[in-house]
Design a protein around this ligand. Structure first.
Ligand SMILES: Cc1cc2nc3c(=O)[nH]c(=O)nc-3n(C[C@H](O)[C@H](O)[C@H](O)COP(=O)(O)OP(=O)(O)OC[C@H]3O[C@@H](n4cnc5c(N)ncnc54)[C@H](O)[C@@H]3O)c2cc1C
Length: 303
């Protein structure tokens, strides 16, 4: 690994950290070390990193703000690329914005509302990056990224960079083409917003934020919804009906506020969370004959 680290440093790709605990980079505050964690300092650096990764045949993983991740206790082998500062550029051209993959979704929603640009009200309380939101087709309050994305600039494993249109992103419920079909790094995105009265936008955002504060454990370490909704059911309702709210294994606990959230109640390991997920799945299958699938991405170890 020493030669890889030296090469990364020689190419000045950004911050390069060895054996960095991923608990420092996830909202659940859980996760073992990454062999190498890189925070690239510009768009071109991500391409340089991918070239080096491929040359040395290393596994790679991209993360944003770690708000939809359960990283296993064994950590992640190879290279983890974290998009954040360095890929947080923003350009506004009429009703279109070009925004870096590392830009905070909450920050963007707030700054757009101040300019009277509507479309991101749904995202006011989604604590991810633009890249993570595109990958997940993040959404809430009846809207999601697919409604505002014009195109996304993706770096693929073979080093090619392409702009994928909204259609090519193949969005559906919390899913995009980047999940399994065409893995790549979302470097930046172009979003189409529309002019509206500023007061109406900020009022809608405040209403969305208040709803979250009253219904979700927003300030506890967690990763948002653990399960995808097994439509037409809602995961949270099933968990609540099964009497699992407050159920705890080790430091991992089903939130008392919302059945579809698992919080790190203190010192939780990834194993505690995995055991709790399995327990909830088994209970729901036995009681309601419904199979639950995780929305949170479980990464690391041998996965
Ligand atoms: C309190 C709380 C509330 C939440 N509420 C919502 C909600 O209402 N709606 C909702 O949809 N989500 C919600 N989430 C989940 C989460 O915020 C979203 O899924 C978000 O889009 C994840 O972005 P991220 O940058 O944190 O991605 P990460 O968690 O870092 O990564 C998630 C996945 O995206 C991939 N990824 C990340 N960045 C990129 C990139 N640049 N290019 C390609 N792939 C990438 C990663 O490889 C990983 O597979 C919530 C989370 C929390 C903690």
């Amino acid at each position: 690994m020493e030669n890889v680290i030296q090469e990364l440093r020689d190419r000045e790709v950004g911050k390069v950290l060895e054996q960095e605990p991923l608990a420092n980079h996830t909202t659940m505050k859980i996760g073992g070390p990454a062999d190498i964690l890189i925070i690239p300092n510009r768009v071109e650096a991500v391409k340089d990193i991918m070239d080096i990764v491929k040359k040395h045949d290393l596994p790679w993983t991209v993360i944003g703000r770690g708000s939809n991740l359960l990283v296993l206790d064994e950590g992640i082998r190879g290279v983890v690329i974290k998009l954040g500062a360095g890929l947080d550029h923003l350009e506004i051209d009429g009703d279109q914005v070009t925004v870096g993959g590392g830009y905070s979704v909450v920050r963007l929603a707030t700054s757009m509302s101040k300019k009277g640009m509507s479309g991101l009200e749904f995202a006011a309380g989604i604590p991810g990056s633009i890249g993570g939101a595109v990958y997940m087709n993040a959404g809430a309050h009846g809207s999601d990224m697919s409604e505002i994305l014009v195109k996304a600039r993706i770096l693929f494993e073979d080093g090619t960079i392409e702009w994928l249109t909204n259609e090519e992103m193949d969005f559906s419920y919390r899913t995009s083409v980047l999940q399994k079909k065409r893995p790549g790094v979302c470097l930046e995105a172009i979003l189409k917003l529309e002019q509206k009265e500023r007061e109406a936008i900020t009022a809608q955002m405040q209403q969305n934020k208040d709803y979250r504060k009253n219904t979700q454990p927003y300030s506890s370490p967690c990763a948002g919804s653990i399960f995808r909704n097994p439509l037409p059911d809602h995961a949270g309702n099933l968990v609540e009906k099964a009497g699992l709210k407050g159920y705890q294994i080790g430091g991992a606990k089903v939130s008392e506020m919302h059945g579809n959230f698992i919080v790190n109640a203190g010192g939780a390991t990834a194993k505690d969370v995995l055991d709790l997920i399995e327990y909830v799945k088994k209970t729901i299958r036995e009681q309601y004959d419904v199979d639950m699938h995780t929305e949170v991405e479980i990464i690391g170890g041998n996965r």
